[in-house]
Design a protein around this ligand. Structure first.
Ligand code: GDD
Ligand code: MN
Length: 361
């Protein structure tokens, strides 16, 4: 017996199509199943639709009484409510071909310790080409940064199969947002990931709920996973990445202000502000995403104050080098980089001894 968990939000039009196709595929192969619709109290007629389908199909509706609307949490609710050990999770919008469910099941019957993923990026897999460049890049970059965590070509996939008993302790799971598959791969007790190629089809009905908020949640989710897997090194990595991105912001404004006519020392002093605000925001979302949230204004101010100290070193180095060393006056970028480097070491030491230390969970 198999349990199929489908998280839904406003998929009333898709659920009947999915239920019929799944039923056709599975009954023709003699596979008994239950279909669990894990719905976040959609404000459409999902409830009625499922009730009507339940006359002919083994379908059940789950709706949470109280918790934030969240795809990952819905999936976990569904897995917990499943009556079978074999579980497949898939989207409602027919992006995931029901035919593949049978193949996934075969993999699990061969070896019940594996985590099976419906994958777009293995030979034989594909996706609709009319993806926007943004979505394409997004998916690829996201995949790239999960490489140290899992060995999987398509860790973002929302189509996967597993034996529930391999998940282990549900308390250890701590996902946010969309990537529950990744969470399970990283935290579960699976021996390895097996990928079954799929043709990912864009939805025809309704719209994707993947928005900027979800992207930011994904960054926080990644940070949790990195910290879980690599401890403090994960935090350092996140801090470093945020710093590196802030450096680009810094450079951008350093040149922009000069283009606008500011003298280079002034430009150097001004570009600090957008850069530090950027770093503050992204550290808040990613590196320190799990810490108790303090008010924006106060936290920004604290961040600025600690950074200012580092920045006076940064600017001081730049100033001294460009005024006293001809080489650095000629290659001002080198002076800027040196200043940032010295200040980063200082900031890092300050952060790990003082800022981070106090508020570690
Ligand atoms: N319960 C619940 N709660 N379900 C949700 C929520 C939510 O907050 N948000 C979305 N869903 C359901 C949708 O109804 C759909 O069945 C499924 O989750 C996927 O949502 P889509 O909005 O269609 O996502 P997508 O197509 O952009 O993303 C899919 O592809 C990605 C890879 O490109 C998902 O499968 C992602 O998990 C996957 O990473
Ligand atoms: Mn979709």
């Amino acid at each position: 017996m198999l349990s199929i968990v489908v998280p839904t939000y406003c998929e009333a039009d898709n659920i009947p199509l999915l239920a019929e196709r799944l039923h056709g595929v599975l009954t023709s192969r003699g596979i008994q199943y239950e279909l669990l619709i894990s719905d976040d109290n959609s404000p459409d007629d999902t409830r009625d639709v499922v009730a009507r389908l339940a006359v002919n199909f083994p379908i059940r509706l789950l709706q949470p009484e109280s918790r934030d609307k969240d795809l990952s949490l819905s999936v976990i609710d569904g897995i917990k409510a499943a009556t079978n050990d074999l579980v497949v999770v898939m989207d409602a919008d027919l992006s995931h071909p029901p035919e593949v469910v049978a193949l996934m099941l075969e993999q699990l019957r061969e070896d019940d310790e594996v985590f099976v993923v419906g994958s777009r990026y293995v030979p034989g897999g594909s996706f609709d080409r009319d993806w926007s460049l943004f979505r394409f890049l997004n998916s690829h970059i996201a995949t790239l940064i999960t490489k140290p965590l899992v060995s999987c070509q398509d860790p973002m996939s929302g189509f996967f199969a597993l034996c529930r008993s391999r998940i282990g302790d549900y308390e250890r799971l701590n996902p946010i947002g969309y990537k529950i598959g990744l969470e399970l791969m990283v935290r579960g007790n699976f021996s390895r990931v097996v990928e079954v190629p799929i043709r990912f089809q864009d939805r025809e009905i309704g719209e994707s709920k993947l928005n900027l908020g979800q992207q930011l949640k994904f960054l926080r989710h990644l940070r949790r996973l990195y910290t879980a897997r690599f401890g403090t090194v994960g935090e350092f990595l996140s801090y470093g990445l945020v710093g590196a991105s802030g450096f680009i912001v810094d450079l951008f404004f350093y040149y922009l202000f000069q283009l606008m006519g500011a003298p280079h020392q002034v430009a150097r002093a001004l570009s600090f502000w957008p850069a530090v605000s950027w770093n503050w925001l992204f550290n808040r979302i990613t590196t320190f995403g799990e810490r108790k949230r303090r008010s924006h204004g106060r936290q920004w101010l604290e961040f600025v104050l600690t950074s200012l100290f580092g920045f006076s070193i940064n600017w001081g180095v730049y100033y001294l080098l460009t005024t006293h060393v001809a080489f650095f006056d000629e290659y001002r970028l080198a002076a800027l980089v040196t200043g940032v480097g010295v200040a980063s070491v200082f900031n890092f030491v300050m952060s790990s001894l003082y800022v981070y230390n106090e508020k570690r969970q």
